[in-house]
Design a protein. Sequence first.
Length: 492
Amino acid sequence: MNKMVVNRVGKLFVTNDASTIIQEMEVMHPAAKMIVLASKQQEQEIGDMTNTVVILAGEFLQQAEALLRMGLHVNDVVTGYTAATEKALEIILDLEAEKVSDVRDKEQAIRFIKSSIASKQYGREDILARVIVDACQQVMPENPTGFNVDNVRCGKILGGGVTDTSVTKGFVLSKDAHGTIKHAKDAKVAVVACGLEMAKTETKGTVLIKTAKDLKDFSTGEEDLMEKCIQEISEAGVSVVVSGGGVSDLALHYCEKFNIMVVKEASKFQLRRLCKATGCRPLTRLGKPMPEEIGHCTEVSVEEIGSTKVVVFRSSVDSGVSTVLIRGSTQNILDDVERCVDDAVNSFKLMVRDPRMVAGAGAFEIELARRLTPFADSVPGLDQYAFKRYAEALEVIPRTIAENAGFDGSGMISSLYASHEAGNVFDGIDINTGKVTSAKELGVLDSLLGRYYALKLAADAAITILRVDQIIMAKPAGGPKAPSQQMGPRDF
């Protein structure tokens, strides 16, 4: 289910992405901040499954509360949770359902990231998975472990539907080109970071002009200098210039004269990505570029997508950057799909790190709980109560899945346990029919490494909070205020 979040500046978010919700919320309670930190660590390490960390940590604490009300000491709970976590992390390694044998195989990669997309954009996972895998494989180096998630960029264009989302091999700027030249083939690209305009002096000067000839000569000198700079760029073979600053009318005139396409991009981050995509280096001067400072593109053209004009830098060889053009009817949809693409690209990176998968749809958690429960009886002392509660807490994931799909959570958990006891260890919940079905047949699979870290971080966050017996908060004293940075009378 989606959540509607309004942050402190009044911006509206409609999403079910836990990372975005936590980022936009102002969490004040110190204990809650511990869970937020665990979720952010999951986002940095894995890039997905932040929701799992928050849900599991909350359920661990809820089960611990029941134990404390029963009269158990907090040390018994912590010891039991620690032992259960260690055992669970051992069992996880035996719950592998599938393994990707070739990360360059498109169908296997789609199967790996499909569940991550379905959790954000259910019903569109088939279309988006193919687009995202295409984008990732276009920029995958010879050594797959060197895959960089920053090489897959997103471009958001209003209009159309999410199913119109496509991928472009190269870089896309959401703006029009300056001047009348809108297309260049087999283009040499130069990026001028300082802008296409004459440098201004640091001091002001006064020029006394007495005659019309003086006025003409004054402007002619500047024109000749600009023409010389643009001519040098043209003689170097450059047919596309990307300016990081302003573009003067005079510079644009001479670029048109020498048949050079001009694009303006003020963002230095976009310029860096463009340099990476084309293989050029940004120029800090206006003049003839060196051969190693010039990039290359198969085609640079201005295209109209919907009602938005974009500049597309295409490359037939390995450009190092691919762009996913996201379409949608509203800005909220575009933002939500962009978050979905980011999570899917992180899942692809996760597949490169560790290709092992576990069954989703609640099957993994039920099987882990089923295997943990027998070990609780062998734990001496009161720790075994915490051990059992730890296993029960894992049921929160399949229960949440069942309730969100409109089914009875307790009934579905009973059916899952019965199926797993019968030997069907990969059986999960089919949210369309409400029946217990093999998650492998449904294609609902999660990363083993992602689940491993999610469980570890959630348990660590819960144990850290349980170890706290008092919260000591420093508040401002009632004495004199510290002097402000501005000069003025002090408040004594």
